[in-house]
Design a protein. Sequence first.
Length: 258
Amino acid sequence: MCPQLTLIDLFSGCGGASLGFKEAGFKIVAAVDIDHSACETYAMNVGVQPIEGDLRNITGEQVLKTAGLKRGEVDVIVGCPPCQGFSSLRRTRKGDSLDHRDDLLMVFAQRIVEIFPRMVVFENVRGIMHGRGKACLRRFIKKLKKHRYFPMGKLLDAADFGVPQHRKRLILIFTREEAITDDLRPCLPRETHTAPHLAREKGLPTWVTVQDTIADLPPLKSGEKAPTIPLHKAPDHKWNALRIIKSIPKNGGSRKSP
């Protein structure tokens, strides 16, 4: 029987990435996040108590001590450094000015070098591929390449994997060539859904819509809450908001709709 693969989650948040790895059979040995509420939620979701604090002040040695492992013994590090500084929404509001979180990308790289896992999984917004983010990403990749980590990856859209939302994220997998074995090889997931005009060509079902996902929920009036369905509730809209909602054409209309 092969030993269970180990994972450390840096910028762990509430545990979405870790939970996916856990369900895939990984053992989560350590996590780090600065947000107290996120750490509490992570512990409930994943069953591991994260180190709570700023990764700038938490060394790889400290993380390894928590994991009970030595440098080079961890199989995978996963991380999504704070992406708000590279998001398209921020660029719309503040242009391409510096953000106080920009340095966390290089902090992440340094902790990777200190922990020295076999593989690194990196996720971030597509905005990191443009403008100021592009330069930061280049420095990050250059730092890892210096330590024999080489990337593969692409921009993935959540809609292509059955999520009723277009949400594009850059996924990069870094691996040291000498660390690749049959139990740990870099690969990207295969699409499970596609655009309607490509469905026949690819032999895949079309994108899942919001209607597909929630059409079975009972309709609610403004301010109502479903008594037996958790989280199914309607905001208590003011009359002006209700007037605007009522004027939306069937299926959302288009920009040309009156």
